[in-house]
Design a protein around this ligand. Structure first.
Ligand code: ATP
Ligand code: MG
Length: 369
């Protein structure tokens, strides 16, 4: 079932005056896709999810689930479908499972509320617990479960009524890093298998990438960019996205030429080939972002391995600092008046003072407006 959000505005009153949590937000989550709302703390992710759930009332706009308008306000006329009639489930950061109940009772709770018979409930709970790999845990009090298991009870409770839409607000944030990684894989395959439409909130880039079909990056109540994880990563549309999605070096530059597949930009490092964009003019000045994961050290004598048309992006400099961090080395190299920071594979060792040649892969060089 599709989720459609149109022109939603939501303002809160705070002691410092009004706060615009959502500033004219529109998005569509196609049926059976997983969309994540990704963005820094306070950008409005939870507020948007709560508006879709019906737990928060927007100031204006329209929200449609499938063919049903569940909230709209236009010309003073308001349409409201209450949360319990929206046919969706929600999983919260805090799980919000009932501590005084067993695993069975927690998962059965929403089914009882639906008026399902005892026999149907027993079989539906069994089926759901099998799905989240908690068979045999029926009679355990939920307080006697690990964080990861409690998270799965919360998920089981949300999916037991077989909703067509599921909303998840940072459901993995209470898990430790390793369990979080494992659980996000299970979660993705579970959501895919169920064929539900999922709107998922996180501020963790890796979680968003690992889980979603579509990522929506938000800032200050606005959508900054929307697309597949690859789209957002390879075609960032602003400095904010580059910064939020990864790490980059930012240097000044001015457009020299717009070519067929790249643009040429004059910078303090020389002229660089950057990702193509058709909305810039020669002489236009702005910032070039050079992603840290797109800088490579070219060993002596291997310069010829760089394709002829890319040799523009070979620069040389002196290592200022090399920090061994296990999975990678973080290296600073002085090139002309600029310092480039990047990650190097830990098996490649460089020392302070070394003269190195770097290849700045044009796929990671973005002229930003
Ligand atoms: N009930 C409220 N009263 C006043 N302001 C609120 C209320 N709820 C949220 N806000 C404000 O609205 C903005 C968006 O909050 P929201 O909870 O949606 O952010 P978020 O993106 O979910 O952040 P986080 O990643 O920290 O959970 C923030 O500035 C917040 O302070
Ligand atoms: Mg939140």
């Amino acid at each position: 079932m599709e989720i459609r959000v149109e022109n939603i505005v939501k303002t809160f009153q705070s002691s410092e005056g009004p706060v615009t949590a959502l500033d004219d937000v529109s998005l569509t989550v196609p049926s059976r896709t997983i969309m994540t709302l990704l963005g820094p703390s306070g950008c409005g992710k939870t507020t948007l999810l709560r508006c879709v759930a019906g737990l928060e009332t927007p100031d204006s706009g329209k929200i449609t689930l499938g063919h049903t308008v569940v909230w709209a306000k236009k010309n003073g006329k308001t349409t409201v479908v209450t949360p319990d009639k929206r046919g969706l489930s929600m999983v919260f950061q805090t799980y919000a499972i009932w501590p005084h109940m067993t695993v069975f009772e927690n998962v059965a709770y929403p089914l009882e509320a639906q008026g399902m018979s005892k026999a149907e409930i027993t079989s539906q709970v069994a089926k759901t617990l099998k799905f989240v790999q908690l068979e045999g845990f029926e009679r355990r009090p939920v307080t006697a479960l690990s964080g990861g298991q409690q998270q799965r009870v919360a998920l089981a409770r949300a999916i037991a009524p077989e909703p067509q839409i599921i909303l998840l607000d940072e459901p993995l944030s209470n898990l430790d890093a390793k369990l979080r990684e494992e659980t996000r894989v299970v979660l993705r395959s579970s959501l895919n298998k169920l064929g539900v439409t999922a709107l998922y909130v996180t501020h963790d880039r890796l979680e968003a990438f690992a889980l979603s079909d579509v990522v929506v990056v938000m800032k200050d109540g606005k959508i900054m960019q929307q697309g597949s994880p690859e789209d957002v990563y390879f075609r960032p549309n602003s400095r904010f996205i580059v910064d939020f999605i990864g790490k980059a070096n930012f240097i000044n530059g001015s457009v020299q030429e717009v070519k067929k597949e790249h643009i040429l930009v004059d910078t303090g490092l020389g002229t660089l080939l950057c990702q193509f964009r058709d909305d810039v003019q020669p002489k236009q000045r702005s910032t070039v972002a050079i992603r840290t994961d797109f800088v490579e050290v070219v060993p002596k004598g291997k310069e010829n391995n760089v394709a002829e048309e890319l040799t523009q992006n070979l620069v040389s400099g002196v290592v200022e600092r090399a920090l061994f961090l296990g999975e990678y080395r973080e290296v600073n190299v002085r090139v002309a008046e600029e310092t480039l920071t990047f990650r190097l594979h830990p098996t490649i060792s460089v020392d302070e003072g070394d003269q190195v040649q770097l290849f700045l892969n044009p796929q990671g060089c973005h002229f930003l407006l």
